[in-house]
Design a binder for this molecule. Sequence first.
Ligand SMILES: NC(=O)c1ccc[n+]([C@@H]2O[C@H](COP(=O)([O-])OP(=O)(O)OC[C@H]3O[C@@H](n4cnc5c(N)ncnc54)[C@H](OP(=O)(O)O)[C@@H]3O)[C@@H](O)[C@H]2O)c1
Length: 263
Amino acid sequence: MKKIGIIGIGNIGSAIVRCVAPRSEFFLQHCDIDQALADALAEETGSKSVPLDRLLETSDIIVLAVKPQVLPSLYSRLSETTGKAWISMAAGITLDTLRTHLKATSIARIMPNIAASIGRSITAIAFTPQSDASFRADAEKLIGSFGTVFPLDEGLFGAFTAISGSAIAAVFQFLNGMALGGVKEGLSYRAALDIIAETCLSAVHLVKESGIHPEQLASQVCSPGGTAIEMIALLENRSFKGTLIDCIGAASRRSRTLEANVR
Ligand SMILES: NC(=O)c1ccc[n+]([C@@H]2O[C@H](COP(=O)([O-])OP(=O)(O)OC[C@H]3O[C@@H](n4cnc5c(N)ncnc54)[C@H](OP(=O)(O)O)[C@@H]3O)[C@@H](O)[C@H]2O)c1
């Protein structure tokens, strides 16, 4: 059984451990600067909490789940470890940068989202050209165990980071805002959140299964002089779509800035 070592078990690292450890074909071990946190996660999930040195020594594949700003402080220690394959999820850190600092060739760059905790992430993946077939297969199997694998040209990682890893936060805000609107109209928050969440699921299924353009589906909902067109008119007046386009642009730009600054 291949050993996977995860460095950093904050928001996303712990989400992956929680999903994968109980039912994985891999043996999972992890470490964190907060030893108590690492031990508690091991207790909860059946993954193993180990010191960094042991993780580096014994893992076949090492997953980097620390903040991009923290990674440079680890490079010199990590690069002492030879013969390993690496997976990095650090936003804005390129395969070239990783290859240089880790002094390694088998590296995957991924971008998951927080729904990894329930096995529903869509995760972009790109490999260094030197990555061999066996590492590629293992990495895709690992990532597939917490959602859908989305092979992607590395040049598009900024766009993917914006529209998935980051945009899921905007989706949470959308759900919260709609639920609050329901509360204002007399529903309990719980009921309103359930209703809007189910409505979003209905919309997603309809878009995916029908293949009909979202604009056309929206026009089918807007009967003349009805309620939906009132809502759409207000959103159009407040540049709803323009705002969404701009927010994806803002997150993409931030990703490119990180890429330029964190080397
Ligand atoms: N959160 C997301 O939804 C998401 C989605 C896609 C990609 N990512 C990427 O995933 C990475 C982690 O993000 P995150 O949100 O999970 O960050 P986070 O919550 O800060 O988690 C990082 C963890 O690593 C720990 N850590 C810091 N220095 C360490 C060291 N030297 N050795 C071991 N552990 C150390 C941190 O401890 P302290 O808190 O004590 O510093 C923290 O527990 C980032 O590169 C981010 O770009 C995140």
